[in-house]
Design a protein around this ligand. Structure first.
Ligand code: BES
Ligand code: MN
Ligand code: ZN
Length: 506
């Protein structure tokens, strides 16, 4: 997608849809639309009145222009009350704009940003929010759609919007807006990469494929280093748990350690660890068919890490970032690990496996142990770890668990700013009993109650004393029910924007 800022009048730019955002209060709809209404000889306002258009937040009306304007359609969208309009609203309204534009098969959209004057929100930030909402909502995953007929090939719904022209009369503001657009566009591209990785069918997204995706991001980026951990390396490091999980699959485990070196001397060193189960059948503790249908999303943590690294070189992050994932596929077979097996994690802790479907924590035990050896200032893991988390918090919230309230506060703030749902759950010490094992140090399941927390407590055994936060993204990682315009069906890319903001603010 191309975003171009022009200092011209909106009405002079040729395109498919002209989008005019309106507040429901002052300036009134009448004032905002005056000039365009004149082109329609006063019929536009009559039309809007007839439809009782009040410019409530997200309300919209698409009007054919019959060539009175330089676009085929005019889209009027409501921003709601001006005093309540914030960056979240801008993101939301931009997403609605993208949806509606796609509906009329538009390729070129012309619009202007709602300036939140009086609130002192910098134009650059408004541009970022707008592009984030628009770009995020424009995402489509059609790699597996065959376009047999020529007519289908040229279907604009598949092509989508290619160019957005943002008009801004003040040159100074226009420059700031262009900067905001470019920065946000890079982030959206990273977000969409993470979504693509999650959406790719599990047969085409094996541990090897996930490695390739990471290699592609590291390629030509002198500031990103990639260290591959082969099965042999993992064996030497003592990552027995990870190798045990992978044993049921035809696909070997693959470990990846990415390092981002910022331009200037880094202020901090942070490790980001992603769960990377390319498909989770449950293993011998096989999942029911329905529960397996979306389990290609079980590498969403690693996808977020890869997406983050794609965005790092063009971001304002002055931190040495380590991205780590151990990719495996969890399958049942004659060689699969069994309920009852005991495995030893890299840090020496022994784990009694009582359910092979609680595989994520077994692989993360090694990934966290490995990350801890790097002695980072903090480490953050992202994992589609438990169904219990979805039961507790639903699809719109990830859970945060942490041994460090300051780190937790920083992550909660970054999530709030980026519109990602995040809610803290306590790592309650008294629940440690639930994961005590009779034969090993700990067991990999804690029973029915507090499933998200016992998984978090399990992970805590592998972080030494390092400030650590665990994000259980099982709910938001994969969108099955489309409830928000900027969250289309499938992988959501959750975590990418949150992590980036967190790192920017360090
Ligand atoms: N990958 C799943 C968790 C999951 C569930 C992610 C739903 C996304 C949506 C995880 O490996 C798993 O199977 N967890 C088990 C743990 C249980 C056996 C203790 C679960 O939540 O049922
Ligand atoms: Mn599982
Ligand atoms: Zn899993």
């Amino acid at each position: 997608m191309k975003y171009v800022v022009r200092t011209e009048s909106l009405l002079k730019v040729v395109g498919d849809v002209l989008v005019l955002p309106c507040f429901s209060s002052t300036p009134s709809i009448r004032e905002t639309l005056q000039e365009v209404d004149a082109a329609f000889q006063g019929k536009l306002l009559v039309h809007l009145e007839r439809h009782a258009f009040k410019a409530h937040k997200g309300e919209w009306l698409m009007v054919p222009t019959f060539d009175v304007l330089k676009t085929q359609f005019l889209l009027v969208v409501g921003l709601g009350e001006k005093s309540l309009c914030d960056l979240d609203t801008v993101r939301f309204v931009a997403a609605i704009t993208a949806q509606r534009s796609r509906e009329v098969k538009a390729r070129e959209v012309v619009t202007c940003l709602p300036l939140l004057t009086g609130k002192e929100v910098a134009p650059r930030l408004i541009a970022e929010a707008w592009v984030t909402g628009f770009g995020s909502a424009s995402y489509q995953f059609h790699r597996y759609k065959s376009a047999k007929k020529e007519t289908e090939k040229s279907d604009k719904a598949v092509v989508g919007v290619e160019r957005v022209t943002l008009c801004e009369s003040t040159r100074l503001r226009a420059t700031a807006i262009q900067r905001g657009c470019d920065a946000a566009n890079h982030v959206v591209e990273a977000l969409c990469l993470a979504r693509d990785l999650v959406n790719t069918p599990p047969g085409d997204m094996t541990p090897q494929d996930l490695l390739k995706a990471a290699q592609l991001v590291a390629k030509d980026q002198s500031r990103i280093e990639l260290k591959l951990l082969t099965v042999e390396d993992m064996r030497k490091l003592g990552m027995d748990g990870t190798l045990a999980v992978a044993r049921g699959s035809q696909h070997e485990a693959v470990g990846v350690h990415l390092t981002y070196h910022p331009k200037t001397k880094p202020k901090k060193r942070i490790a980001v660890i992603g769960k990377a189960v390319t498909f989770d059948s449950g293993g011998l503790s096989l999942k029911p068919a329905d529960a397996m249908m979306t389990m290609k999303c079980d590498m969403a943590g690693a996808a977020a890490v890869i997406g983050l690294f794609q965005a790092l070189p063009t971001s304002q992050v002055n931190v040495e970032v380590h991205g780590i994932f151990l990719a495996v596929e969890n399958m049942p077979s004659g060689s699969a690990y069994r309920p009852g097996d005991v495995v030893k994690a890299m840090n020496g802790t022994t784990i009694e496996v009582l359910n092979t479907d609680a595989e994520g924590r077994v692989t993360l035990a090694d990934a966290l142990s490995y990350a801890a050896t790097l002695k980072p200032d903090a480490m953050i893991d992202l994992a589609t770890l438990t169904g219990a988390c979805v039961v507790a918090l639903g699809d719109d919230l990830s859970a945060l668990m942490t041994n460090n309230p300051r780190l937790g506060g920083q992550l909660l703030r970054a999530a709030r700013e980026m519109g990602e749902g995040l809610w803290e759950l306590p790592l309650l010490g008294s629940y440690e009993d639930l994961i005590k094992s009779k034969v090993a140090d700990i067991k990999n399941i804690g029973g029915r109650s507090a499933g998200a927390i016992t998984a978090g407590l399990f992970l805590q055994h592998f972080v030494e004393k390092i400030p650590w936060a665990h994000l259980d993204i099982a709910g938001p990682a994969f969108v099955e029910r489309e409830t928000r315009p900027d969250h289309p069906y499938g992988g959501s890319g959750t975590g990418v924007r949150l992590l980036l903001r967190f790192l920017q603010e360090l």
